[in-house]
Write a protein that binds this ligand. Structure first.
Ligand code: HEM
Ligand SMILES: *[C@@H]1O[C@H](CO)[C@@H](O)[C@H](O)[C@H]1NC(C)=O
Length: 494
């Protein structure tokens, strides 16, 4: 066969595959599929989608195809919901239909599927309900969660004071403090900041935050089967999670050995009690396996998110000293210099509250949301979406809506303030998503952010190491989570 022949035949085969595939797509369903760009077999829309910046690519596609469109991540079909109206219609008005978790390959690999974050159906319902009530009840006669956060804030402030005005990257301090709150809830106690085991654990999580930005990690979601065979940072991420899991398993074993059923001390104890109660059920969702995954889920979902929000927030406040100054005025006026900040203060601090909301809006931490799926064949607007289709209810499209938030790319606490200076609530404030899958730690996270931030600003002014005009507060975009650019800052005691 001549050499020209091979590529031509190959090309012909490709084109016919493509035609077959696209016709099959549009006629095989019980209704119209949302529109979308032409798709190649196997590689999907890799040509239109930049794996390093999916949010940007999807924004472009939404301009062309409207608020509901279809893309293929490799062979994986995804329906994208872009804009407040469709996200709200799906997550709130059709909450049940859209309550499934769609597991992107990496998510599935990291979280497995039997905890809260990645499970579906009865497992998810029961574990989520249990986690929400247990988180709410904690305190359980002992310290309330609010008190734990205040106590941890004191440790954090002491530690910052020990930096003696030298430039530091506050990242790791914030991770330790935030992580200790979730540790005290699930394991029963906080860790000392010097504790070896604790430091190892945090190092693993921190490394994973860094690795998630690598191109291999992004490509994993397109081509999991191939990437499973290739070495690289994505493999390290998976190994790290296994080590974290080993850590939690050990702690669970210790709890089992020491359990006093009449006096549960923490989330693990409460779960072990529940397992005991359900023993007579033929089939229970409460097993050592789901306990281990749920513990890990709370730990993973609760640490990086909140600490990165705080780290980004402290960078933004250096960029705008006049905004930081106004917060200080409110702190001095409502809390004073000595007493620990508490949640009751928030309602009297509308400006600070607005800044906290604006930080979460601006940093747009999870631009794609965590992927959902439809749990049954679903009619949405005029489209037909078959059961189990992956859905991206894009949070970035809601948080950057230019009608609700004029000049959405600008950091402006005015987005959450009325003209008379009172706090302005917005339905578009959705950093925790909405509906049945809304973040299970929202209340906890908001308490942590408010108390840690005000506790730091009550005691220190932030002095940037470069001219504040040169600070770049825009996030380092990736496809999963937006991160602040690395920085150092000096904390000057007030
Ligand atoms: C600033 C901090 C946080 C942000 C921005 C955040 C955001 C989110 C988002 C967007 C989701 C996906 C919601 C959906 O699927 O529609 C989620 C889920 C979740 N978050 Fe958070 N989160 C934060 C802190 C926390 C904390 C502190 C915890 C710890 C208790 C937590 C536990 C969870 C869990 C368990 C889920 C899975 C819920 C489910 O699938 O039913 N999160 N979070
Ligand atoms: C401030 O303005 C908002 C909306 O413009 C209004 O609902 C609120 O009652 C006002 N509050 C005061 C104290 O004037």
């Amino acid at each position: 066969m001549d050499l020209l022949g091979m590529p031509t035949i190959f090309l012909l085969v490709c084109i016919s595959c493509l035609l077959l595939f696209t016709t099959w797509r549009s006629i095989s369903q019980k209704g119209k599929q949302p529109p979308g760009p032409i798709t190649l077999p196997i590689v999907g829309n890799i040509l239109q989608l930049n794996p390093r910046n999916l949010p940007e690519s999807l924004k472009k596609l939404s301009k062309k195809y409207g608020p509901v469109f279809t893309i293929y991540l490799g062979p994986q079909k995804v329906v994208v919901l872009y804009g407040y109206d469709v996200v709200k219609e799906a997550l709130i008005d059709q909450a049940d239909d859209f309550s499934g978790r769609g597991n992107l390959p990496l998510l599935k690999k990291l979280f497995r599927g039997t905890g809260i974050v990645t499970s579906n159906g009865e497992t998810w319902k029961q574990l989520r309900r249990f986690a929400l009530t247990t988180l709410r009840d904690f305190g359980m006669g002992k310290k309330s969660i609010e008190e734990r956060i205040q106590e941890e804030a004191n440790f954090l402030v002491d530690r910052i004071r020990n930096t003696h005005e030298q430039p530091v990257d506050p990242g790791i301090f914030l991770v330790h403090a935030v992580s200790n709150i979730i540790c005290s809830i699930i394991f029963g106690d906080r860790f000392d900041y010097e504790d070896r085991k604790f430091l190892n654990l945090i190092e693993l999580l921190d490394e994973n935050n860094r690795l998630q930005n690598s191109i291999q990690t992004q490509l994993y979601n397109f081509f999991p089967t191939i990437m499973d065979y290739l070495p690289g940072p994505h493999q390290q991420m998976i190994k790290n999670i296994e080590k974290v899991e080993q850590f939690t398993s050990e702690i669970i074993a210790e709890h089992q050995a020491a359990l006093d059923p009449t006096c549960p001390q923490d989330f693990i104890d409460a779960f072990l009690n529940k397992m005991e109660q359900e023993k007579r059920n033929g089939h229970s969702e409460f097993t050592v396996e789901t306990l281990s995954r749920t513990t890990l889920d709370l730990f993973l979902a609760g640490t990086g998110t909140t600490s990165i929000t705080l780290r980004h927030g402290l960078l933004i406040l250096q960029k705008y000293p006049e905004i930081a100054e106004k917060i200080l005025k409110e702190i001095d006026c409502v809390i004073g210099r000595d007493r620990s900040p508490c949640m009751a203060d928030r309602s009297q601090m509308p400006y600070t509250d607005a800044v906290v909301h604006e930080i979460q809006r601006f940093i747009d931490f999870l631009p794609l949301n965590v992927p959902h799926s439809v749990i049954k064949d679903t009619k949405f607007r005029n489209y037909f979406i078959p059961k189990d289709t992956l859905i991206f209810p894009m949070l970035t499209s809601v948080l950057h809506d230019s009608k609700e938030f004029p000049n959405p790319e600008k950091f402006d606490p005015g987005h959450f303030l009325n003209a008379n200076g009172t706090f302005k609530k917005s339905d578009y404030f959705m950093p925790f998503s909405a509906g049945k899958r809304i973040c299970a730690g929202e209340g906890l996270a908001r308490m942590e952010i408010f108390i840690f931030l005000t506790a730091i600003l009550q005691k220190f002014t932030l002095k940037p190491v470069v001219d504040h005009k040169d600070i770049d507060i825009s996030p380092l975009v990736s496809s999963l989570a937006n991160l602040p650019r690395p920085y150092e800052v000096c904390f000057l005691p007030r």
